[in-house]
Design a protein around this ligand. Structure first.
Ligand code: NDP
Ligand code: OXD
Length: 307
């Protein structure tokens, strides 16, 4: 059976996936947005889907992300199945990024870099990892792996999620009540939540005030989790020590954003991790075969829950 795949994005060029998908699925053909032929497709492969496009695709049977997060492809998907990528390579990239960010604060590289700018030579105290309390918001595919990695490196690890998880060696918390306890014991906060109506703006003044003085933020979920003005105020007041930020409400981050020049902030361009084209194509092709065979899809998200 011929499958027509539409490569849909309003911000990225996805045409590189076309030949790879065709090699994996010789019966398939593909169109790339904004080609109007996309509207005849039965599968949409997406990142930042152009608004309203699914409603114009009468044959559409599956929406597939090229990424782990689905927030930018869910609007308008209605009752269609929506799948995402869950991949070891993607997870590994996130582990590397988070380890670097945690070391940045734990080993005082932020302090050393500031001292270098002032030609200052002061040796920071060496603290064992076991004294450094790292808290992970979101204990899903990525958060759990990050927890395991940090635990293996000797950190004191806690985690927070919607439902309570049991993870050996990790202090776990859940829900609104658990959040307060989680924050009170977190020195380096890693955000690995998905963006949903329940998590939008969660990194705000109220949350920062519940962290101990000198706490640090690592933002690698989605930019819309963060209220930038609240972060800047908490850094200016000295309550927060610093932030490593990979994601921003508007990407690329505006050249005029004050975040670029804040000494306590490291800005990276949404590079924590990404799935390889091979992994994306393998998972999309597998799900297309499953769709055709009437088999359960892999990595399908709960569109109502939003992740
Ligand atoms: P998962 O869907 O596997 O896990 C989500 C976790 O968040 C779950 O533990 C879930 O709780 C928890 N959660 C969701 N809503 C809430 C809430 N309201 N309160 C508390 N906890 C909540 O996601 P992944 O781990 O695969 O990915 C997480 C996010 O990371 C992605 O959605 C994406 O935005 C971001 N990401 C960023 C990248 C980057 O390069 N910066 C790359 C890849 C992903 P429960 O377990 O109870 O359901
Ligand atoms: C993802 C991302 O969600 O790249 O995979 O942000």
């Amino acid at each position: 059976m011929t499958t027509h795949i539409a490569l849909l994005s309003q911000t990225s060029k996805l045409e590189y996936l076309g030949p790879l998908l065709q090699a994996a699925l010789p019966q398939a053909r593909y169109s790339v947005w904004p080609d109007p032929a996309c509207l005849d497709a039965d599968v949409a492969v997406c990142w930042n889907t152009p608004p309203g496009v699914y409603a114009q695709m009468p044959r559409l049977r599956l929406v597939h992300s090229i990424a782990a997060g689905v927030d930018n492809i869910l609007p308008g998907a209605g009752g269609l199945p929506v799948c995402r990528v869950v991949d070891d390579g993607l997870t590994r990239g996130m582990l590397e990024y988070v380890m670097w960010a945690v070391l940045h604060f734990h080993r005082s590289f932020d302090v050393a870099l500031r001292q270098q700018r002032g030609h200052e030579w002061l040796r920071p105290r060496l603290r064992p990892a076991s004294d450094c309390r790292v808290g992970i918001m979101g204990l899903g595919a990525l958060g759990r792996s990050v927890a395991a990695k940090l635990l293996a490196e000797g950190y004191a690890v806690s985690g927070w999620s919607r439902s309570l998880h049991q993870i050996e060696g990790v202090q776990t918390h859940a829900g609104d009540e658990g959040l307060q306890r989680f924050l009170a014991s977190t020195e380096i906060l890693i955000n690995l939540l998905p963006l949903t109506e329940g998590t939008r703006g969660i990194l705000n003044q109220e949350l920062f005030s519940r962290l101990p003085p000198g706490a640090c933020i690592v933002g690698c979920g989605r930019g819309e989790h963060l209220v930038i003005d609240d972060l800047i105020a908490a850094l200016d007041s000295g309550h927060l020590r610093g932030a490593v930020l990979d994601v921003f409400p508007q990407e690329p981050l505006d050249a005029a954003s004050p975040l670029w020049d804040l000494q306590q902030v490291v800005v990276t361009p949404h590079m924590a991790t990404m799935a390889s084209p091979q992994a994306v194509v393998q998972q999309v092709a597998d799900n297309i075969r499953r769709l055709q065979g009437g088999e359960p899809l892999r990595n399908q998200v709960d569109a109502v829950r939003g992740y």
